[in-house]
Design a protein around this ligand. Structure first.
Ligand code: TXA
Ligand code: MG
Length: 320
C-alpha cells in the first residue's frame, strides 16, 4: 500500500518516528535533510536506499552542541574550534577524525566524519531531545535539485517517508560549506552557505577545491549534480537565446529580465547574491516543471554566496 506523506510541525511525532528507526525529512537553514539515527545502521541504510544514493557517498552527521561533537570525534583542530565557535549553529560542515561510535556506513569507510550543527529552531529542539545524532543528506533523489521547502520534499519522496517536519522555506538556500584539514592546512571541499570571505576572516587563507568529475576525498562532489531534467546551459543569455531560437526557452537570470522568452525567473532583481541563493533551487524546480525545451542561465558575481551559486549552476549544466 502506498504511504501518504504527512507534513507537519509536530516534534513529538518526528521524535517518535526517529526513535522507531524510521527516516523523516527535517528543515535546516540550508536545505531540507533526509534524517535518521546516525548510530543505527538500519536507519542509515534506509537513507541511502530512499535517496537512491550510492553507499560510497558519505553522509553528514547533525548534532546540537560542541560538547556532543566531541563525543563523536577523536580530535578538533584549533582552527576547527575557532570556526565552530564563530559559525555554529550555521551553514558549516567540519570534516573531523571519527570515533568508532560513528558507523563506517555513515562515512563510507572514510576516517573522517562530516559534522554540523544546523541553525534551525525546530531541528535544534529536535536534536536536543534525542539521545543520538542525525545522519542527513539533502532530501532529494540522488543527483536532482535539493529541496528548500517541505512541499519540495513531499513532491519527490512523499511516498517513501513517514513524516516531513515543516520548518518553512530554508533561509539560506544552498548546502553548507564543507571544510577539512589536509596536512594541517584548511581545504574547502564544497563551497556553500558560509562564504569563503567569512571563513578567511577567522582562520586566514584556505584552499578551495575545484569541481572535478570524480574526487574520492568527497565522493558526493560529482560534477553532474543538482540537475534539472530539462537540459540547462550556461553562458551569455542573449547569445544563447539567438542560438536556440527554434526552441521553447526558459531563462534563469541573475538580475535582468528577458521578456521575449517563454519563461523567465529572475533570482534577484536588486542584484543581491544572498537573495539569489535563497531562490536558486526553487527557481530551478519551477522552470524544470514547465514544458520548456531548454533552460538558459548565467553565472552570478563570484563573491559571497555567489561562489556556491555558480558551483551549483555549473554542476546542473554539466551533462549538457
Ligand atoms: O547543508 C547541508 O550540508 C545539507 C543539510 C541537510 O545539512 N546536507 C547536505 O548533505 O548537503 P549531502 O549528503 O547532500 O552532501 C554532503 C556532502 C557530500 O558531497 C559528501 O560526499 C560529503 O558531504 N561528505 C560527507 N561526509 C564526508 C566525509 N566523511 N568525507 C568527505 N566528504 C564527505
Ligand atoms: Mg545533496
Amino acid at each position: 500500500m502506498e504511504k501518504i506523506s504527512k507534513i507537519g510541525k509536530d516534534l513529538t511525532q518526528a521524535k517518535h518516528f526517529l526513535n522507531d528507526g524510521k527516516v523523516i525529512a527535517i528543515p535546516t537553514e540550508t536545505v531540507y535533510g533526509l534524517a535518521g539515527n546516525a548510530l543505527d545502521i538500519t536507519a542509515v541504510a534506509q537513507i541511502f536506499s530512499i535517496k537512491k544514493r550510492p553507499t560510497f557517498d558519505p553522509l553528514i552527521v547533525h548534532t546540537h552542541s560542541l560538547k556532543s561533537v566531541a563525543s563523536f570525534v577523536t580530535e578538533i583542530p584549533e582552527q576547527a574550534k575557532l570556526l565552530a565557535e564563530a559559525f555554529w549553529p550555521g551553514p558549516l560542515t567540519l570534516l573531523l577524525p571519527k570515533k568508532d561510535s560513528i558507523p563506517d556506513l555513515v562515512t563510507s569507510g572514510l576516517d573522517r566524519v562530516a559534522i554540523r550543527i544546523p541553525n534551525h529552531p525546530l531541528t535544534l529542539e529536535l536534536l536536543r531531545s534525542l539521545d543520538y545524532p542525525l545522519a542527513a543528506p539533502s532530501a532529494n533523489p540522488f543527483g536532482y535539485i535539493s529541496p528548500t521547502t517541505a512541499q519540495h520534499v513531499a513532491d519527490q519522496l512523499g511516498n517513501d517517508i513517514d513524516y516531513v517536519l515543516d520548518g518553512g522555506a530554508a533561509g539560506i538556500g544552498v548546502e553548507s560549506t564543507i571544510i577539512g584539514w589536509e596536512n594541517n592546512h584548511p581545504t574547502v571541499m564544497r563551497v556553500g552557505g558560509l562564504s569563503i570571505e567569512d571563513i578567511e576572516r577567522i582562520i586566514g587563507p584556505v584552499n578551495v577545491q575545484a569541481v572535478s568529475s570524480s574526487n574520492p576525498a568527497a565522493p558526493g562532489m560529482l560534477k553532474s549534480h543538482y540537475a534539472p531534467t530539462i537540459p540547462m546551459h550556461e553562458g551569455n543569455i542573449n547569445e544563447l537565446i539567438l542560438h536556440h531560437s527554434s526552441k521553447k526557452i526558459a531563462v534563469l537570470s541573475f538580475q535582468k529580465a528577458y521578456p521575449g522568452v517563454y519563461k523567465n525567473y529572475i533570482l534577484s532583481p536588486s542584484g543581491d547574491v544572498t537573495e539569489a541563493a535563497q531562490h536558486l533551487f526553487a527557481a530551478m524546480r519551477e522552470l524544470d516543471n514547465t514544458d520548456a525545451d531548454i533552460i538558459l542561465t548565467e553565472y552570478v558575481p563570484a563573491k559571497g554566496l555567489g561562489l556556491a551559486i555558480n558551483d551549483r549552476l555549473k554542476r546542473a549544466c554539466a551533462e549538457n
